[in-house]
Design a binder for this molecule. Structure first.
Ligand SMILES: Nc1ncnc2c1ncn2[C@@H]1O[C@H](COP(=O)(O)OP(=O)(O)O)[C@@H](O)[C@H]1O
Ligand SMILES: [Mg+2]
Length: 272
């Protein structure tokens, strides 16, 4: 057990609010996720795309590979790991009747966006579930860049300028996957994420289609108060920690800040 896993174990033991039976499987999946993420693509894996969307948005496969967006590949160890994570997450979400999941971490660079995209794509390819991926890192949006897409409007334009939501959605050509970009970057994002318009949108996204899972790619917990302001709107939270980088003190503070949320597990992201 490495020092980070020990820290997670300790933090878990110290937090009575976390259900240990839910932490264990995600933790083991996370460790595997990290190890599987290391190999470069070797030609054995095959991208699976739906036909290009009518809007002409097509993901840039090279850009996705550079950014470790790999869950759509077949016969790929990395994609297999995301499928395991998918199974664990869906098991918990479906059992609890939960529809929205926030992915956060202590700091920037831990792998939140990478995990959110791969998990979202993996779930969307599961044939039963539709997924809406929402970029809530309004100060440092990255989700669409990792897909090689350049949307001109997004969530902040909907919230601040009244741009219709349908104009803000992008449709990467994965079946059953929709994405909502962050839109124009701004600094007062905590106020915006706690605004009545955002709360109404979160409710609408969650309740309109019963078979749709909403995944929020969040900002980090320790750098600003955005995630905490928004968390009352989500059913569950997945915490990403970066092996060899995330300090155990930071993880403890992060989990303490999330004490009121349903933390369903921790993804240990090991990068090489
Ligand atoms: N398992 C991994 N292996 C290699 N690189 C990774 C891995 N996970 C994330 N990265 C890279 O690390 C950087 C930060 O990841 P990102 O998902 O943007 O973090 P965050 O959203 O937490 O700020 C990105 O360049 C991403 O491609
Ligand atoms: Mg990010």
């Amino acid at each position: 057990m490495d020092r980070l896993e020990k820290a997670i174990e300790k933090a878990r033991a110290e937090r009575a609010t976390v259900n240990p039976s839910l932490m264990n499987p995600s933790l083991s999946g996370a460790a595997a996720l990290a190890r599987g993420a290391a190999p470069a693509f070797n030609g054995r894996s095959t991208p699976v795309f739906a036909p290009p969307s009518p809007s002409g948005d097509e993901p840039d496969e090279a850009q996705m590979e550079r950014n470790r967006v790999v869950a759509h590949h077949t016969r790929s160890p990395e994609a297999d790991i995301y499928r395991q994570l998918r199974t664990q997450v869906l098991h918990i979400m479906n059992k609890e009747g939960w529809r929205s999941l926030a992915i956060t971490s202590p700091n920037y660079g831990d792998g939140k966006t990478t995990v959110a995209l791969n998990l979202g794509i993996s779930i969307a390819l599961d044939l039963k579930q539709t997924v809406m991926l929402v970029d809530l890192d309004l100060r440092k949006p990255a989700m669409h860049r990792y897909l090689g897409l350049n949307p001109t409007v997004g969530l902040t334009d909907y919230l601040v300028k009244g741009v219709p939501l349908t104009d803000c959605l992008t449709r990467p050509p994965f079946e059953r996957l929709n994405t909502l970009p962050a839109g124009s970057a701004l600094d007062n994002s905590s106020e915006l994420l706690a605004s009545p318009r955002m709360i109404a949108l979160a409710h609408e996204l969650k309740t309109r289609y019963p078979d749709r899972l909403i995944i929020y790619d969040m900002p980090p917990v320790l750098n600003q108060d955005d995630p905490i302001a928004f968390l009352p709107q989500v059913d569950a939270v997945l915490v990403v920690v970066r092996d060899g980088v995330t300090r155990s003190d930071d993880l403890k503070r992060c989990l303490a800040n999330l004490a009121a949320a349903n933390v369903i597990g921790t993804v240990l992201n090991v990068c090489q």
